[in-house]
Design a protein around this ligand. Structure first.
Ligand SMILES: [Zn+2]
Length: 199
């Protein structure tokens, strides 16, 4: 878990997936006159190693192999594409499911007994691939208990940040309604005025 995941009340059981998906920051909206700078926390294998070490998924100072790095980027891309879809579409769209399937296939996992919660999936082994398996295990465990449906991508094209939907009906579309939601409403309103003026 991270400061970000705490701040936005993401359940600890999904915090690594949340952080992993958001390690690519595509936000480029203008807020208070300043454009948000885009960034990639995983710009190379060393950066991936450091990202993992901060979350105790890897030994500090250990740099994952370039193959592991490529696999990690493919996993992140597939997870982001998956989370971009509405929960119902995630189950329907074959290409999205297949891509995630392929990206997850190489991660070593095991079933573990966890007392009152019964059984869950956990990383198997102790290398960098096993460390990244923690993300895959979280997805599976989240799908099993339904919480993964609440991990979503902001509908704003200028944002695409992954957020955890804590609303009661679970129908939130924007990471922050005061920010992305309002920007969307203002734009829709302006476009309507423009159409009306031109009509
Ligand atoms: Zn947003």
């Amino acid at each position: 878990m991270s400061k970000e995941s705490r701040r936005f009340q993401v359940p600890d059981a999904l915090a690594n997936s949340y952080d992993f998906a958001n390690s690519l920051d595509l936000r480029h909206f203008v807020h208070h006159g300043v454009q948000h700078p885009q960034a990639d926390e995983l710009e190379d294998a060393a950066a991936l190693g450091a990202w993992m070490a901060r979350r105790k998924l890897n030994e500090a100072g250990k740099v994952p192999s370039s193959a592991t790095f490529e696999t990690a980027l493919a996993l992140r891309g597939a997870i982001r594409d998956y989370l971009e879809r509405d929960p119902a579409d995630r189950r329907r769209e074959t290409s999205i499911k297949d891509a995630l399937d392929r990206a997850m296939a190489r991660f070593p996992l095991r079933v573990t007994s966890v007392g009152k919660d019964g059984l869950k999936l956990a990383p198997a082994g102790s290398d960098a691939m096993a460390g990244l398996s923690a993300v895959v295990a979280e997805l599976y465990n989240g799908a099993a208990n339904g919480s993964l449906d609440r991990l979503k991508m902001c509908a704003s094209e200028e944002c695409k940040r992954v957020f955890f939907d804590r609303s009661k009906p679970g129908t939130r579309r924007w990471c922050q309604s005061t920010l992305c939601g309002n920007r969307h409403k203002t734009r829709t309103y302006r476009e309507r005025l423009k159409r009306e003026r031109e009509a």
